[in-house]
Design a protein around this ligand. Structure first.
Ligand SMILES: Cc1cc2nc3c(=O)[nH]c(=O)nc-3n(C[C@H](O)[C@H](O)[C@H](O)COP(=O)(O)OP(=O)(O)OC[C@H]3O[C@@H](n4cnc5c(N)ncnc54)[C@H](O)[C@@H]3O)c2cc1C
Length: 389
C-alpha cells in the first residue's frame, strides 16, 4: 500500500487531521488499534473552545454539534457557599460549547465514511520505520497478516500510550512531567444537571466538578486519592461526597440517580519535545497531557491539528516545507501556555494531602480576588475559552 500520510490513531486528533487532509486532496490511511465501538464509548472531554468549534465546522463535521451542542456563556467557581461567575460572553465576546468527545468522534467517523476515507480498525504491532529518512513506511498486523504502507509523512495521533512518541530516540526527546497526588472519580448519570453552567467547587472535602452533556445527562467528578478504586465508591457514597463539596443552594436541589459510567482518571501534566522527528509528527495526547481541570486536552489536540494540517497540505501538494519545519515550535508555544493554565487551575481548586491551613486560605483569597477583580476574571476567561491559534 502507498499513501501520502499514515495517521496512527483514530481518536479525535487522528480523525480530524485525516478529514482536513482528505478535503484538501491529501490521501491518508488511519490505523486504529481498537474497534470503532470502543473508541466511541470513551467518556472524556465535554467542553469545546471556540477555536475547536470552528475547526470542526471547517472539517465539515460541525453540523450536529451546532444543532445539539450547548453554548455556555459562563461558568462558576465556588468555595463553600461563595460562588463567583465568570461571564465569558461579557469578558471575551466568546462562548464555549458543551458537546461530548464521544459525539465529536462519532461525527468525525461519519464525515470520514461519507468521504470514503480509509480507516483500519483492530490493527496490532504498529511499527514506524525510517521516519528520519525520505522514505518512511509503517508496518502493522491486520486481519492476521503483516502489512506495509509506504508514505511521505507519518502523524502520531495515538495518545499517551501509543508507539509514535517512543519511536523518537530517547537522545532526541526532552520530557517534562508533573504527577498530581490525586485523581478524579467521574460519574455519568441520566439526571438533569445540578446547574445550567459548570461549577468548579472547592471545599474542605476537596474538589468537585458539576458538569453536563445535555439537559438529561450529567457528568460529575470528585477528587479522590490515587490509591482509591472505582469499587470503593458506591453511587450513594459518591453523591454524598459531591453534595458536601457543592455550594449549599446547589446541593439542596441536586437530583441523584444510578450511575451509567464511573471511572477514575489520574491527573498529570506532561510534555514531550520536539513534536517532529524527520517525517514523523506528534499530535495531541501522544505529545502532551494536561490535568482535566482546565478542559484543555481535546482542545490542545485540535490546535496541534490546526498547525499540522496546513503544513502537510503545503508539503504534499506544493512541496513547500516551511510549515512542517516550524510545526513543533509553533504548536509548543501554545501547548506551554495551556499547560500553565491547567496547572494553575489545578493548584487553585484542589486540596493537597497534608497541606497546612495557609494553603486553604490562599485558595479562598484567590477566589475572593476573582470575585472583586474584573481583570482577574478576564484573564481566566481568556484562557478558558481558548487562546488564539
Ligand atoms: C476523564 C477525562 C476527562 C477529560 N476532559 C476533558 C475536557 O473536558 N476537555 C478537553 O479538552 N479534554 C479533556 N480530556 C482529554 C481528552 O480526552 C484527550 O486530550 C483527547 O482524547 C486527546 O485526543 P487524541 O486523539 O490526541 O488521543 P486519544 O483520544 O487518546 O486517541 C488516541 C487513539 O490512538 C489509538 N492508539 C493507541 N495506540 C495505538 C497504536 N499503537 N496503534 C494504533 N492506534 C493506537 C487509541 O486506541 C485511540 O483511539 C479528558 C480526559 C479524561 C481522561
Amino acid at each position: 500500500m502507498k499513501t501520502d500520510v499514515v495517521i496512527i490513531g483514530g481518536g479525535p486528533s487522528g480523525l480530524l487531521l485525516s478529514q482536513l487532509l482528505n478535503r484538501a486532496g491529501v490521501e491518508t490511511v488511519v490505523l486504529e488499534r481498537s474497534p470503532r465501538e470502543r473508541v466511541l464509548s470513551r467518556i472524556r472531554a465535554g467542553v469545546l473552545e471556540a477555536g475547536t468549534v470552528e475547526m470542526l465546522q471547517k472539517a465539515g463535521a460541525g453540523e450536529r454539534m451546532l444543532r445539539e451542542g450547548h453554548p455556555h456563556e459562563g461558568c462558576i467557581f465556588s468555595d463553600g457557599d461563595l460562588m463567583v461567575r465568570i461571564d465569558f460572553g461579557a469578558l471575551t465576546g466568546k462562548t464555549v460549547m458543551v458537546y461530548g468527545q464521544t459525539e465529536v468522534t462519532a461525527d468525525l467517523y461519519a464525515a470520514q465514511d461519507a468521504m470514503g476515507a480509509t480507516i483500519l480498525h483492530e490493527v496490532a504491532e504498529v511499527a514506524i520505520r525510517d521516519a528520519d529518512s525520505d522514505a518512511p513506511f509503517v508496518e502493522f498486523t491486520h486481519d492476521g497478516a503483516r502489512k506495509r504502507i509506504d508514505c511521505a509523512y507519518v502523524a502520531g495521533c495515538d495518545g499517551f500510550h501509543g508507539v509514535s512518541r517512543r519511536t523518537i530516540p530517547e537522545s532526541v526527546r526532552r520530557e517534562y512531567e508533573r504527577v498530581y497526588p490525586f485523581g478524579w472519580l467521574g460519574l455519568l448519570s441520566r439526571t438533569p444537571p445540578a446547574h445550567d453552567e459548570l461549577i468548579y467547587a472547592n471545599s474542605a472535602n476537596g474538589f468537585a466538578l458539576a458538569s453536563m452533556r445535555n439537559p438529561m445527562l450529567s457528568r460529575y467528578y470528585v477528587q479522590v486519592p490515587l490509591s482509591d478504586r472505582v469499587e470503593d465508591w458506591s453511587d450513594d457514597r459518591f453523591w454524598e461526597r459531591l453534595k458536601s463539596c457543592l455550594p449549599g443552594e446547589v446541593a439542596e436541589t441536586l437530583v441523584t440517580g444510578p450511575s451509567i459510567e464511573k471511572s477514575i482518571a489520574p491527573l498529570r501534566s506532561f510534555v514531550s519535545e520536539p513534536l517532529r522527528w524527520g517525517r514523523l509528527f506528534l499530535v495531541g495526547d501522544a505529545a502532551h497531557i494536561v490535568p482535566p481541570t482546565g478542559a484543555k486536552g481535546l482542545n490542545l489536540a485540535v490546535s496541534d491539528v490546526f498547525y499540522l494540517h496546513q503544513a502537510l497540505i503545503d508539503a504534499v501538494r506544493h512541496g513547500e516545507t516551511a510549515g512542517i519545519d516550524s510545526y513543533s515550535e509553533r504548536a509548543l508555544r501554545r501547548i506551554w501556555k495551556a499547560m500553565r493554565f491547567s496547572w494553575s487551575m489545578t493548584m487553585m481548586v484542589h486540596r493537597f494531602d497534608g497541606e497546612d491551613s495557609f494553603a486553604a486560605e490562599m485558595r479562598r483569597a484567590t477566589l475572593l480576588h476573582l470575585s472583586q477583580s474584573e481583570t482577574a476574571r478576564r484573564d481566566l476567561a481568556e484562557n478558558y475559552i481558548g487562546l488564539p491559534f
